[in-house]
Ligand binder design. Structure first.
Ligand SMILES: C/C(=C\CNc1ncnc2c1ncn2[C@@H]1O[C@H](COP(=O)(O)O)[C@@H](O)[C@H]1O)CO
Length: 294
């Protein structure tokens, strides 16, 4: 929304962002790009339209990759768009944003209100970098005011790639469908080893304990997940503990990567030493020695 001033009273002009384009009032389409992509059932020019969409989708990936490539280490924080300042969930989100910034992490959120805004606020006020990955919605409200670097996406799935690709971990606070979607997507990626060593921290035991009990007593008990899958996330209400969990996982991953690198380098060196000396003239080859020299 844009601010206007009519007859001394402030008025909000409806606004929609589509890539570089800003639309206001009657220019705002009645549907979003995601709706048009997923709802389209007509066959007539289906092929050409969706082929064009593929280019637009590609350009959204390019824009996201380009903009986020230089980010410092970051953590994606998810949670309800509906929580209000002064509530337990808001306070927790703000403290998590602050603790992450103090540990040197940028905070990535969906850029909207509620938990997203609180986490961005905590981060920005603690001197950290707040990033908002907004999404085009039929009832857009714009990025929250704490965002330093914001991108508006048209497609949910492009945006979701960015949340995972540019974060070291996920922190998930109480939320609704959107939050559960983000949580279970992360867990599925880790479970199927599409991403490795990706800490997922649930915060707000009052909210998540019932779900965790169900995951253990029903989902795991009926064999729909393995017992080890229950270890793919941890639960805490303490922001410092959450951050320590992420820092430790980061350190472990780095140590593992360094060890793997050292092993690969040693193997390469051993292979080079064991390789047969090539035949024919070779500048690096020692000159042949005659018996008399020996
Ligand atoms: C519902 C309201 C505003 C919606 N605005 C959003 N802006 C950005 N991102 C959003 C929004 N709503 C949902 N998301 C994403 O899903 C998660 C929260 O969904 P939930 O269903 O509220 O749990 C969040 O992490 C975002 O990535 C009214 O003000």
């Amino acid at each position: 929304m844009a601010n206007g001033n009519v007859n001394g009273r402030s008025r909000r002009t409806p606004e929609r962002h589509q890539g570089a384009v800003t639309l206001r009032r009657d220019a705002i389409p009645r549907s979003t790009e995601d709706q048009r992509l997923l709802d389209s059932r007509e066959r007539a020019d289906w092929k050409t339209r969706d082929a064009w969409r593929a280019l637009r989708i590609l350009s959204e990936f390019v824009e996201g990759f380009d903009t986020l490539a230089e980010l410092p280490p970051a953590v994606s924080v998810f949670g309800s768009a509906r929580v209000k300042p002064g509530t337990r969930d808001w306070e927790l989100a703000e403290r998590v944003g602050e603790a992450l910034a103090q540990a040197g992490y940028a905070v990535i959120t969906g850029g909207g209100p509620g938990v997203m805004e609180a986490a961005n606020k905590g981060c920005t006020e603690a001197g950290g970098m707040s990033i908002g990955l907004g999404i085009e919605l039929p009832f857009e409200q714009g990025l929250n005011e704490w965002i330093e670097l914001g991108i508006d996406f048209r497609y949910f799935f492009v945006r979701k790639t960015m949340f995972v690709k540019y974060a070291q971990a996920f922190v998930v606070l109480p939320g609704g469908f959107g939050t559960l979607d983000e949580l279970f997507e992360a867990l599925t990626l880790v479970q199927t080893k599409k991403v490795t060593r990706f800490p997922v921290v649930l915060m707000g035991s009052w909210y998540w304990q019932g779900l965790i009990d169900w995951l253990r007593d029903t989902m795991a008990a009926e064999g729909k997940i393995g017992p080890e899958d229950l270890n793919l996330f941890c639960l805490t209400d303490d922001p410092i503990e959450a951050v320590n969990h992420i820092v430790n996982a980061d350190a472990e991953l780095q140590a593992e990567q360094e060890a793997a690198f050292a092993r690969a380098a040693a193997a390469q060196q051993a292979a080079a030493q064991a390789a047969p000396v090539p035949e024919g003239p070779d500048a690096n080859r020692p000159a042949p020695r005659f018996e008399a020299e020996a």
